[in-house]
Design a protein around this ligand. Sequence first.
Ligand code: ARG
Length: 581
Amino acid sequence: MISYKEKIAEILAPHVDGLEKDEILDMLETPADSKMGDYAFPCFKLAKIFRKAPQMIAQTLAEAIGAESVFEKVENVNAYVNMFLSREEMAQEVVSEVIEKGDDYGRSNMGQGKKVIVEYSSPNIAKPFHIGHIRSTVIGNSIYKIYDFLGYDTIRINHLGDYGTQFGKMICAYRRWGNKEDVVREPIKSLLSYYTKFHVEAEKDPALEDEARAIFAKLEKGEPEEVELWKWFREESLKEFNRVYDMLGITFDSYNGESFYSDKMPAVVQELKDTRIVDELKEKGLLVEDNGAQIVKLDEYDLPPALIKKSDGSTLYITRDIAAAVYRKETYDFYKNIYVVASQQNLHFQQWFKIIELMGYDWADQCVHVPFGMVSLEDGTLSTRKGKVVFLLDVLNSAVEKTKQVMIEKNGPDADVDEISKQVGIGAVVFQELSNNRIKDYVFTWDKVLNFEGETGPYVQYTHARAASVLRNAGASAEAVISGEAAVDMSYVTSDTAYELIKLISRFPETVREAAEKYEPSVITRHIIDIAQYFNKFYHDEHILVDDEAEKQAKLALVCAAKQTIANGLGLLGIAAPEKM
Ligand code: ARG
């Protein structure tokens, strides 16, 4: 749909010679106080173009567009043009559009023909998939869904951390203290316990570190026994990760992780290796020798030097990231290459984005790092080394379990309780994750997550289920509205609450675009919380199932549109929208 914001930009464009429609679109504001209109256009910037005082420009513009039928009135206050939309026309148009488009409401084809890679989750194999990993996993999944909804051709990559010296330690520890049955039964917990023991023991006996290094060297040489174990750890780890991905409904198009880019790892077919990158950097004159190691100096750009190849000849995490980016450009010819990775790695990304640029790749600016803050638990943060870890799978399972208890307490036993508590429990965790600005740190608190009243997932899902129940109770009247058979007359719905709700619904498409531009799913989360709150106000303040059929249908149409918009929003967050709760 062409949004109201866009429509207004189109109306304004012919009157503002010096500005393109898109520039006007960016300048349009939504006043915090609806007394100042539904949209406002500030004219300060235009003073230069028109060589007039902004206030006079605003006045002229207000007069020029006032007669357009989308507006109820247009006023000029100081340097602003304040526009009030025609309630009736808007209600009619928005509601019928949402009902007609259904699941596609808010969808666009703006991204047609453009490839967008979203890299997310990317855990380290043989290490726990802990609560800290939820962030990249869930934020990334939502960003992928948003871009997909906007018509981009998306590719989801899980850049597994499946390579590095730690596998020397892991194999060493497994051989000393491990056994096969335990690994098969509980792969990551077992591997983790060996790995933790390794660190404890290595403090007493430093020779263990040498042993681990020697094992890693064998792995790099492709010795079958070591490779076999590494592969097995990788497979078992993936099986366990997939249990979490299944619960969250997440899949990937590629699991090409770090080992894929290392010319040392024999087990995977490789097309672009880290050593090619080292050669290329050398040819381009970017590599400098430093105590036997190879580095790229970046002090000109206020960044510390990047270590590309160690003195023992091994490449690093950053080398593989550069190789991966070049590989992705060659393989997918991306329009954007997005990395959803913790803000602790800001420097890492600044460094290698710079290196890509210095290598002369003009697509360097198509690589985007989307950072996020840390999640911690009420009793402190997480540490893999010390083995104090909260597994994401356990968190999800207990969210489902706790939800089930609440549901049984509330509604008594129900045949669908298992299915619904899965949707609500997992939805609650995901929703909380996507509620705040991603860059903020936050503390994971059960009380907050599972609260049915606050600005939470259960609250929004409950609102959706409530709307569904209103429609169910309305029977044939609702069916006629949903199917589009009834000629709904929205002039019956004129209250301020209803109008605020309709406005919020009408802004959903631009909210999705804003979320994409900012790589910020929380823009959608907050928007559907607003919709839920206004819907509930509407539900409490107004009698919906009135006797008058025309009025009833108009109100049901609004219920239907609100429900649909909430469902579409939840969908973009990767959360189910239950029909009953
Ligand atoms: N495996 C890394 C970690 O757990 C994250 C990888 C992020 N992606 C990347 N392309 N560097 O810290």
